[in-house]
Design a protein around this ligand. Structure first.
Ligand code: ADP
Ligand code: MG
Length: 496
């Protein structure tokens, strides 16, 4: 409210001159007496409140119709006068002739006589209803937004899964379950540190692969990490990441579940299956080792009787020993507990070669050939060599078990659309629909000495590598397993 100069010119003349401006003003206006009655109104006032314009000339009934507004104006006017003020604004609801209530802002000016005494009020009526509508809608939206934010926050805080938000690899937020996961007392211990401090070194390759995908806005598949909690305890977590906007910048929300216990159980099962497998292979291996031993023995005898050594004998003995070493090493590798996991880029072809070397020992006993059809270039994937070996040992062993007669198991590897495809095709007895259905169920076996764990483990390993496995089988003709694993650029490509 500001103090201003009143009108000092002879008022009647003044208003005569102002009359057209008053009448045709775009905003509703009225002259109101000091004791609160309408003296004059303009056409915009009629329009605003829905009165026909001929009422401009007979306005006495308006005093009754708007008595509450006039009372409010009179009271407000008195406050103005007692504060020596000439103008101010007040808000009042006013009823439109059609019935609806309008929210009106009234700008009230005190008009003075020449001698400085108050004469009457000039009031301008501004319809705030549309604004009120917008304002209340904005307020409602703000409340809704706050509620939503609050609910999300509550959801994150109460969630039993660990949630963390990272920006450019730096932790911005961790929920209570996340703090428990990494044994932090409160969030100040983790906010601001890079995720690579929490994720174990052995998973840094996987982590940076993921960052690259994130930067290229590619969809991020679910992932397993080995993490180090703040007190050094190691845990396995499984999770997924979403890309969101956090404080105006792109960020990643990771949701993780502690799978350490589950992993330990799987590991335990895997180990017992490996030992069973090693036991089953041992017979074949003993047989396989006997042959080179026999020939070494023979050459030694020859060398002793001829009293002179021949280079050729040494070469043969050496290569036979190498073969024994190879087989024994593979057997040991198979039965060795996994211990540390090291995901790194590996070429799948040497892995297949090594597995086939080991399995040929066994298959030869049954007159089964194992053939490998290789692609022209290497197939690089990210994974753990020993686990992948186990996948193919399981598949080849099952293929061999299914074959009652001599035949061939064909392994072929090729690159598909961003993935490595490996087929293992046997000529065995095949599977019924019901058997296919139950495949992967723990302890499902049709064999007297079977464990029914092999395929489940195979599936788990492939899943942990972000891949998939499919089966096609025709009874009495054979079965084909197709393993798909996501490919990664070869290390040379990465360096280039
Ligand atoms: P196990 O080999 O100890 O029986 P697996 O989990 O490896 O356990 O396999 C489960 C079952 O699936 C086998 O007992 C067999 O009935 C069936 N199976 C798996 N692979 C093949 C295959 N290549 N041909 C025919 N049947 C198969
Ligand atoms: Mg098996």
């Amino acid at each position: 409210m500001e103090k201003e100069r009143g009108f000092t010119v002879p008022l009647r003349d003044h208003f005569k001159r102002l009359d057209p401006a008053f009448q045709h003003a775009a905003i509703g206006m009225a002259l109101i007496s000091l004791h609160g009655t309408f003296l004059q109104i303009n056409s915009a006032f009629c329009d605003l409140l829905g009165h026909p314009r001929h009422e401009l000339h007979s306005i006495s009934h308006l005093d009754d119709a708007y008595s509450d507004v006039l009372t409010a104006i009179k009271e407000f006017g008195q406050t103005l006068r007692s504060g020596q003020l000439l103008s101010g604004t007040l808000e009042q609801p006013m009823q439109h002739l059609a019935g609806r209530l309008l929210q009106i802002k009234i700008h009230l000016h005190l008009i003075l006589q020449e001698d400085g005494d108050p004469l009457h009020y000039l009031a301008q009526f501004e319809d705030r209803t549309p604004w009120m509508d917008i304002e209340s809608r904005i307020r409602a939206t703000e409340t809704l937004l706050q509620d939503t934010q609050h609910s999300y926050h509550q959801l994150l805080e109460k969630m039993p899964l660990a949630v963390l938000i990272t920006k450019k690899g730096i932790i911005q937020y961790v929920n209570p379950a996340g703090l428990r996961l990494i044994h932090a007392k409160d969030s100040s211990e983790v906010i601001g540190i890079p995720t690579s401090d929490v994720v174990d070194n052995s998973y840094h390759v996987a982590l940076s692969e993921r960052r690259k995908k994130f930067a290229e806005s590619q969809a991020l598949p679910t992932i397993t990490y080995l993490i180090n909690s703040l007190d050094g305890q190691q845990k396995f977590v499984d999770g997924f990441t979403l890309i969101i906007s956090y404080e105006g910048e792109p960020a990643a929300v990771g949701v993780f579940k502690d799978i350490t216990e589950q992993r330990q159980k799987e590991e335990y099962m895997m180990q017992s299956e490996k030992l069973t497998m090693a036991g089953q292979l041992a017979a074949g291996i003993a047989h396989e080792i006997r042959n080179p031993l026999t020939s070494i023995n023979g050459f030694m005898k020859l060398m002793r009787s001829s009293k002179q050594s021949s280079e050729t004998y040494y070469d043969i003995i050496e290569s036979e020993l190498k073969r024994i070493e190879l087989i024994v090493n593979e057997l040991l590798a198979l039965s060795k507990p996994q211990g540390q996991h090291h995901s790194k880029p590996i070429d799948i072809l040497p892995v297949l070669d090594q597995v086939i070397t080991l399995m040929r020992v066994q298959s030869a006993l049954k007159n089964i050939e194992i053939e490998l059809e290789r692609p022209e270039s290497s197939l690089w994937i990210i994974g753990e060599t020993n686990q992948l070996k186990q996948v193919f040992i399981n598949l080849l062993k099952n293929g061999m078990d299914a074959m009652d007669a001599a035949g061939t198991i064909r392994v072929s590897a090729r690159s598909g659309d961003q993935e490595a495809l490996i087929n293992v095709k046997d000529e065995g007895r095949g599977m019924t629909a019901e058997q296919i259905e139950r495949l992967g169920e723990p302890f499902f076996t049709t064999k007297d000495t079977g464990t029914g764990l092999g395929f489940m483990i195979t599936q788990n390993i492939i899943h942990n590598h972000g891949g998939s496995i499919q089966v096609e089988s025709v009874p009495d003709q054979g079965t084909t397993f197709t393993v798909k694993l996501p490919m990664t650029p070869s290390p040379e490509e990465v360096q280039a």
